[in-house]
Structures are given as structure tokens and as C-alpha cells.
Design a protein around this ligand. Structure first.
Ligand code: NAD
Ligand code: LMR
Length: 365
């Protein structure tokens, strides 16, 4: 029997990420090749004509999964009944600007869109915030939409995660799909910590720790980290526009894994509401390693540093997730090992997020 269509909201749909993202959603890249969708596209009045052009192109592309398109500048119409919300709308960073520079404009947008989502979206709507400062916009959205469960509000750090996979794959000259379990900790900003301590690579001789194969601690602790941290700025410098196709593709990855589940033995990075895991201050939207099943994300916990302990941790998560789906009780097991180098990096990016949070509140008061 054909599935009921899922309603997917894309804000800022007339912009460059929107233009890359909506055809991906309509082709089933986000929710699967058998899941019909109805696209809700929101933009602001000056972009209404361009938005209508995108709608015309969606019609012309004759996507079999696309069962309807709502293109509007009315936030209530856009949010009504949506099951998934991809929040891209906002002002992008230009060359030479830090994410903090776009804070004032964007947090007020997220404050006002929070109440529209809260009042009009479907119950249990899943939200991913893409627009920068993504973590803090998501936090503001969460704070001003108190009836949306906090587990339903996330931000996109999957692009950074994918960038880290790409750097390791290029360095080792292996397929990117053979690299897994990198972690992006913290903010989607230049303080983020791309961590390969627990990453592995599939080789003909089995799965090997990525740091062992790279065998260059100086590169892993230096150039690798700064390349991933600065990749967004490098793309802005090269394109004179911020990343769009990779951002759109990563947003699809984020929602797909959240809704359909992460592959066994694999985690991904998502910006989620901190519960204090890994001594990250509670009350920030912070990027953690997560596994997903039954439409729920769970921060990866684990024990010890050796790979067999990681496997035990993954199984512990699997069973905990299963148990949670039966009982809806929260669970905690100790975290993945964090060495001194990593600890400092986790704390640094948390500090930046605390500062951003304070700045966001001062912009809104
Ligand atoms: P863009 O300027 O091309 O598009 C943004 C769109 O948002 C425009 O069409 C604009 O009219 C619209 N918009 C502005 N205010 C709005 C509002 N109140 N409601 C609805 N729409 C509104 O920008 P882009 O390149 O598509 O980037 C969008 C955002 O995504 C930027 O903030 C950018 O920094 C961010 N970004 C995040 C990531 C990530 O990984 N988290 C990656 C790339 C870009
Ligand atoms: C990116 O990471 O590509 C985006 O967040 C663009 C930016 O503002 O750096």
C-alpha cells in the first residue's frame, strides 16, 4: 500500500541551499525512494517571485514522489501540518564575516518562527536548523517553542562530519564510504572539534583505527582539524557564496538517519540539546556523536578507549535504545574516552556556545 505523504518544510527555499535541497527531497534522497512528500516552501516577500520560479521548476521536473507544493511567504501557511522542518532561511555569512556577525538578524527570525512551528506544525515534528549560527538559532527556537519536545530540535553539523570523512578518505586514498565514526563536537563554527580518535576505516584486512592508518599525529592534531574547521570559510572564499550542494546533501543525511536510523555500528554527528553528557554544560545545542533508531537520537556513550570497548558501547546503545523504545525511560552509561587534548577542545567550543547563547539573549532583549 502506498505510504501517506510526509510534509517537509524548507524555509529560505528561494535561496541557494533551498534550490539544491528541494529537488533532493522530491527525489527521495531525504526520506527514501518509496516515501511521497509534500513540500512546503517559505521565503520572504522580496523573494516571492523567485520562490514561485522554484515551484514552477518542481512542477516541470515531474518528480513521481512529489504530491504537492506549497510556496508561500506566510509563515503560518508554511508551518501548518509539517512533519519535518528544515530551517534554512536567514542571512548567510559573507566573506570576512564570522558567524557571530549574522547573529542579530538570524536569532530574531528563529524566535518568531518558533511560535509558528509550535502552534501549527504536526505533533512530533522534527526540526533541523541549518541557518547560522545554527546551534544558537536552534537553541532560540527551542526556548521559544516550549511545547515542542527538546529532542525534536536539532542543528546541522553533519556537513562538518562529512567534511571530516572526506579529509580522511583523501589522505588515505580510500573510499569515503569505508571511513566511519568521526565525531564533530560542539559548535558549527571554527571552534568545532573534529575528532578521529574513535574513527575506523574498512580495509581488506578488516576494520582498522583511522589514527593508526594515518600514522601522523601532527597532521591529525593540526592540519586535519583546521581544514575541517575552516572549510566553510574556504568555500566562501572560492565561490564567493557559502556551501550549498554539500549543505543540502548533508541536511538530507541528517534527517534520513534520524528518521530511518543509523546503520549498525555507525554513529553520526548531530547538534542536539545537551543533557550534560561528556561534561558539556546542559542547556546548549552542542554537536555529539549520536545513533538513531525508531526516529529517536541517542548520544553515543561507551567505555574505555580500545576498539572492543567501542563495540561493547555500540551494543549497549542498541539495547538501551530498544529498551527505551519499550519503556520510554532515559538511560545513561559512561562516555567514550576523552583524552586531555580532546577535553580542552570540547571545553573551548562549549565556552563559545555559552557566549553565543548570552549574546543571542542580549540581541533579543
Ligand atoms: P541564501 O541567502 O542564498 O538563502 C537564504 C534565504 O533565506 C533567502 O532566499 C532569503 O530570502 C531567505 N530568508 C531570509 N529571511 C527569511 C525569513 N525570515 N523566513 C524565511 N526565509 C528567509 O543563503 P544560503 O546560502 O541558502 O544559506 C542559508 C543559511 O544556511 C545561511 O545562514 C548560511 O550561513 C547557512 N549555512 C549553514 C550550513 C550548516 O552546515 N549548518 C552550511 C551552509 C550554510
Ligand atoms: C559552512 O560551513 O559551509 C557554512 O556554515 C557557511 C559558513 O557560514 O561558514
Amino acid at each position: 500500500m502506498a505510504k501517506e505523504p510526509v510534509r517537509v518544510l524548507v524555509t529560505g527555499a528561494a535561496g541557494q541551499i533551498g534550490y539544491a535541497l528541494v529537488p533532493m527531497i522530491a527525489r527521495g534522497v531525504m526520506l527514501g525512494p518509496d516515501q511521497p512528500v509534500i513540500l512546503h516552501m517559505l521565503d520572504i516577500p522580496p523573494a516571492a517571485e523567485a520562490l514561485n520560479g522554484v515551484k514552477m521548476e518542481l512542477v516541470d521536473a515531474a518528480f513521481p514522489l512529489l504530491k504537492g507544493v506549497v510556496a508561500t511567504t506566510d509563515v503560518v501557511e508554511a508551518c501548518t501540518g509539517v512533519n519535518i522542518a528544515v530551517m534554512v532561511g536567514g542571512f548567510p555569512r559573507k566573506e570576512g564575516m564570522e558567524r557571530k556577525d549574522v547573529m542579530t538578524k538570524n536569532v530574531s527570525i528563529y524566535k518568531s518562527q518558533a511560535s509558528a512551528l509550535e502552534k501549527h506544525a504536526a505533533a512530533n515534528c522534527k526540526v533541523v536548523v541549518v541557518a547560522n549560527p545554527a546551534n544558537t538559532n536552534a537553541l532560540i527556537l527551542k526556548e521559544y517553542a516550549p511545547s515542542i519536545p527538546e529532542k525534536n530540535i536539532t542543528c546541522l553539523t553533519r556537513l562538518d562530519h562529512n567534511r571530516a570523512l572526506g579529509q580522511i578518505s583523501e589522505r588515505l586514498n580510500v573510499q569515503v564510504c569505508d571511513v566511519k565514526n568521526v565525531i564533530i563536537w560542539g559548535n558549527h563554527s571554527s571552534t568545532q572539534y573534529p575528532d578521529v580518535t574513535h574513527a575506523t576505516v574498512k580495509t581488506p584486512a578488516g576494520e582498522k583505527p583511522a589514527p593508526e592508518l594515518v600514522a601522523d599525529d601532527a597532521w591529525l592534531k593540526g592540519e586535519f582539524i583546521s581544514t575541517v574547521q575552516q572549510r566553510g570559510a574556504a568555500i566562501i572564499k572560492a565561490r564567493k557564496l557559502s556551501s550549498a550542494l554539500s549543505a543540502a546533501s548533508s541536511a538530507c543525511d541528517h534527517i534520513r538517519d534520524w528518521v530511518l536510523g543509523t546503520p549498525e555500528g555507525t554513529w553520526v554527528s548531530m547538534g542536539v540539546y545537551s543533557d550534560g553528557s561528556y561534561n558539556v554544560p546542559a542547556g546548549l545545542i552542542y554537536s555529539f556523536p549520536v545513533t538513531c533508531c525508531n526516529g529517536q537520537w541517542t548520544i553515543v556513550q561507551g567505555i574505555g578507549s580500545a576498539n572492543n570497548w567501542i563495540l561493547i558501547a555500540m551494543w549497549a546503545n542498541f539495547f538501551a535504545c530498544y529498551e527505551q523504545s519499550l519503556t520510554s525511560r532515559p538511560f545513561h552509561v559512561p562516555g567514550l574516552s576523552i583524552d586531555e587534548f580532546s577535553r580542552k577542545k570540547l571545553d573551548l567550543t562549549a565556552e563559545e556556545l555559552s557566549e553565543e547563547k548570552a549574546l543571542a539573549y542580549s540581541c533579543l532583549s
